[in-house]
Ligand binder design. Structure first.
Ligand SMILES: Nc1ncnc2c1ncn2[C@@H]1O[C@H](COP(=O)(O)OP(=O)(O)OP(=O)(O)O)[C@@H](O)[C@H]1O
Ligand code: SF4
Ligand SMILES: [Mg+2]
Length: 390
C-alpha cells in the first residue's frame, strides 16, 4: 500500500483548492497505475485462478480493501473485510448507512465505479464448483462470464432495473436466451413462464405480455427475482431487496426468497439494515461498521449473545412488538469521517464501554466460539481464558 501513502489530507474539515488539485493529480497517478495493470492483454490464468481455504464455501472475502480516490481524499469504503459465504447458506450483512455493505457486494461483482473506485488489496475467492477465481484479480472479460451466469444481483428498486419500453416477456426471454444459447424460441418462452410461476406469479401468460408500469412494486420485484434466477446462479446478492416495498409485500418477497433458497440450492448474500429481516432469513450474520467487520457469527450467536457494543446498540434500536418505549433508542454520536479514519477502534467516540486501551490501536478479532468473532478490547482480557478453555 506504499502506492498511496502520500495521499493523505490534513486532519481538518476544509481543504484548499491547491490541496484538492494535488489530491486529484495524485489520484490520477494511482488509478492510472491500477487501471494499466488491470487492462493488460492475455493476463496469465495463474494470476487469478486460486484455491478456496474451505471448499464448502462459495465465497471467501479475505482482507478486502476497496477505496474511492476522490478530490477530498481517499474514502476507505471497505477497509479489511473478511468473511465467508458457505454453499447453500444465507449470510446477512447488516450495518448503518454508509458502512460499506453495497461496496463489498459491488466489489464481488466487479461493479465498483471505476476508475475512482478500486479494489486495492485482499482477495475475493469465488468457487464456481469447478474452479476458484480471485475476483479482485480477474480480468473483466473473464468476469463477464461469472456475472449473471454464476452470480446474480437483486436490487432495491425494481422499476429502475427493468426497461420501461419492453414487455416483461421480451426482457425475461432475453436473459434466458443469453444463458441458454441453443434453446429454441418456444423453449425459451416456456422457461420464462416457468420462472414467473416459480416466483409466485399465477397469471404468468398475462404478466409475460405486460409492460413494467402495469405491475405493482411487489410484482416487479418478483419479475426481477425471476430474471436473477434464470441462470440458476450459485450466489444471489440481494441488496436491500424489500426496502422500497410496503410491509405486507416485504413479508411476501422475503418468504419467496426463503422458499426459493431451498428449491434452487443457491447461497444468498442478504444486505439490509433491518435486523428483523436478518433474524428471519439468515444462517450467519456479519455486522459491519465504518468499512470493517466488527462482529460475525451464526444467527443464534449474534441474536442471543451480541457482544460488540455496536451490535448491542443495533439490537437496542430495533423496535419490539409488545414492548412500550417512550422513544426509539438510537446509538449516539456519528461515524468517523471515512477519509480520515482514526488509528484506533472506530467506534470509540460512540461507545459507552470504551477504555484507555481502545485508543491505542485497532482491536484484533477474537473468537468467542469457532464461529463467533468480535473485534473489541472488552474480550481481549478474556482471550487467554477462551484459548485455554477451547
Ligand atoms: N462512487 C463513490 N464515490 C465515492 N465514495 C463512494 C462511492 N460509492 C460509495 N462511496 C462511499 O463508500 C462508503 C460505503 O458506501 P456503501 O454504499 O457501501 O454503504 P452502505 O453500507 O451500502 O449504505 P446504505 O445502507 O446507505 O446502502 C460510503 O462512505 C460512501 O459514501
Ligand atoms: S474496542 Fe473499546 S471503544 Fe471499541 S467497541 Fe470495544 S469497548 Fe468500545
Ligand atoms: Mg447500500
Amino acid at each position: 500500500m506504499a502506492l498511496f501513502k502520500k495521499n493523505k489530507i490534513k486532519n481538518s474539515n476544509y481543504i484548499s483548492s491547491k490541496e484538492s488539485r494535488n489530491i486529484s493529480k495524485e489520484n490520477r497517478r494511482i488509478t492510472n497505475e491500477i487501471e494499466k495493470r488491470r487492462n493488460r492483454k492475455n493476463i496469465p490464468r495463474e494470476e487469478y485462478i486460486t484455491q478456496m481455504k474451505d471448499p464448502n464455501n462459495v465465497v471467501e472475502f479475505d482482507d478486502l480493501h476497496t477505496y474511492f480516490f476522490t478530490d477530498i481524499g481517499t474514502v476507505k469504503a471497505v477497509d479489511g473485510v473478511s468473511f465467508n459465504i458457505p454453499t447453500g447458506k444465507t449470510v446477512g450483512v447488516v450495518g448503518e448507512s454508509g458502512c460499506g455493505k453495497s461496496v463489498t457486494s459491488l466489489s464481488l461483482m466487479q461493479l465498483v465505479q471505476r476508475p475512482q473506485g478500486q479494489i486495492v488489496g485482499g482477495s475475493i475467492r469465488f468457487n464456481t464448483g469447478e474452479e476458484v477465481y480471485d475476483i479482485a484479480k480477474t480480468p473483466t472479460s473473464e468476469m463477464q462470464k461469472l456475472r449473471g451466469n454464476m452470480i446474480s444481483m437483486i436490487f432495491q428498486e425494481p422499476m429502475t432495473s427493468l426497461n420501461p419500453v419492453f414487455r416483461i416477456g421480451v426482457q425475461l426471454d432475453e436473459v434466458t436466451q443469453l444463458h441458454n444459447m441453443d434453446m429454441t424460441k418456444d423453449k425459451v418462452k416456456q422457461r420464462s413462464l416457468e420462472m414467473l410461476e416459480l416466483v409466485g406469479i399465477a397469471n404468468s401468460e398475462g404478466v409475460y405480455k405486460m409492460y413494467p408500469h402495469e405491475l405493482s412494486g411487489g410484482m416487479r420485484q418478483r419479475v426481477m427475482i425471476a430474471m436473477g434466477l434464470a441462470c440458476s446462479p450459485r450466489l444471489i446478492i440481494a441488496d436491500e431487496p424489500t426496502t422500497a416495498l410496503d410491509v405486507t409485500i416485504q413479508a411476501q418477497i422475503l418468504e419467496l426468497l426463503r422458499s426459493l433458497k431451498d428449491k434452487i440450492n443457491s447461497s444468498i448474500m442478504l444486505i439490509t439494515h433491518d435486523l428483523g429481516v436478518i433474524a428471519g432469513m439468515a444462517d450467519f450474520v456479519v455486522v459491519m461498521y465504518a468499512g470493517r467487520v466488527v462482529e460475525r457469527g451464526t444467527v443464534e450467536e449474534i441474536f442471543k449473545n451480541p457482544s460488540h457494543p455496536y451490535t448491542i446498540g443495533l439490537m437496542n434500536s430495533k423496535p419490539t412488538v409488545g414492548k412500550k418505549v417512550d422513544r426509539l433508542y438510537s446509538i449516539p454520536g456519528k461515524v468517523p469521517n471515512p477519509v480520515n479514519m482514526p488509528n484506533h477502534c472506530y467506534f470509540y467516540d460512540r461507545c459507552d464501554k470504551r477504555m484507555d486501551v481502545c485508543k491505542s490501536k485497532y482491536p484484533e478479532e477474537i473468537y468467542l466460539t469457532p464461529t463467533h468473532g468480535v473485534s473489541c478490547f472488552l474480550y481481549d482480557e478474556k482471550k487467554g481464558e477462551l484459548e485455554n478453555g477451547r
